[in-house]
Design a protein. Sequence first.
Lengths: 358, 166
Amino acid sequence: MREFINWMADPIRSFPVVCVLFFLMMKYYRIVGTKKFLYLALAFIIPTAIWFGSDPNFFTILILPDNIPIIILLVLVGYLQWFTLYKSAENDKRIEAGLCPIEGLPENREKVWCWPNLVYTELFCIIAATCFLVVWAIIFKAPLEEPANPTWAPNPAKAPWYFLGLQEMLVYFDPWMAGVVLPGVVVVGLIAIPYIDTNPKGNGYFTIMERPLAMWGFLFGWLVLWIYLIIVGTFLRGPNWTFYGPFEYWDYHKVVAEYNVNLSEFLWIKGLNTSMPQNMFLREILGIVVSLGYVFVLPPMMAASKFGKGMIEKIGNMRYYILVMLFLLMMSLPIKMVLRWLFSLKYIVALPELELNL
Amino acid sequence: MSATRKHLNRREFFSYLTVAWVAFGAACAGMASLAFRFSYPNVNFEPEMEFLAGTPDMYEEGVDERYKNGFGVWMVKQEGKLFALSNICTHLGCIPNWLPAELKFKCPCHGSGYYTSGINFEGPAPRPLERYKINLTAEGKIKVDKTKLYRYEKGQWDNPNAFLSV
Ligand code: FES
């Protein structure tokens, strides 16, 4: 069983599993979003978590001071996710029956004063958070390491926990893409949401039925592409950033056979059986065409489809193209990951001469 | 009340304004010069950019880590060539480790792997490790100059300054 879990936890297999779980959760959110389901899930999760924690190796990883916030985060994310589904399921049932959502009931629309209702709550939150941090700082000591040395790096060298998703992303991308472009797009995209999304549905109340696209798209990016990657980066990446299953000892000498190949090598050497052309743009022509097609041909093609036409009618051309671009950029991450696993593909376009790799 | 209050005339106003602007400009310039000075520290703990790395007969075939911690350079002897390999990962600039059992350099940050020659073969690193300028001094010592880089993908490894024939 432990072997099996180790084997399954490898991102090659756990990523599809997580995607399927996500799909099931969103599809059957009315079942997931019930109290009964929560209790059943807890009855399953708590013993499993204890069993995982009973492994001495994994336990030492779990209780690293750096990792405890991630555990807290996971519990919170899990609970809030369930809460969202629960509330949405409730509301959607009412909406189907022609009623207004619970948040729209007259007794819930009552207005209160900012002072004292809000300000008091905020004050208590500030005090509670400060207490928490003080206690935290007393209990968990920051590790004292040797003096900084520019010619040596710890192994594994891990980013702060909130960046571990990004670090995991960097395994699949050039630093320019995963370190600058994609995080930039994430930030800009999040800022842009209120301007792109002008649909008043779902404002101030939980619903999935009325906003399927928004909910699916956002939650996929959040749960699968961010939280899941943080979990992998934190608990399952050991020395040399090699993958280690939860029940596996972090052996520094674990060797993983891996040999990554660029798309250009696939084309010229494996496909056409010739040597690589001298000119670098000719060499990468396939990758360049594919990437340009992905960003410039796909959006208009989607716009011409029935779905795209409906979207444009609703939100207008400009918003549609921004939305599609953001979505495509987000999807480039799972696409690249899957390509890496299936074909050991390193870069679609590899122009190291220009420091440009996709 | 109004009798005691003396208004500024136009000329006085401008002279005050001038003084204020000059003072403000001087303060800014002072801050800027401090910031400038700050970027040139008195003591620098960074490794030397140029160093002597012994004599060619000191090295055995393979990777030599003697100058890695002090200077950030692996001295590698391979197929009759001795070269100075940079220890900065070409992916995001971490410091890879030399794994003698697996005969490869492995980066702890995202798992890039390099052969002894510095060629990348696994993980996300987009190009091979860089090599530094290396040559013999008149006394027969090896001199490594880290200010000059030779990059494989630009075909610079064949440059006579990028290796020593031993
Ligand atoms: S910095 Fe070396 S693999 Fe990313």
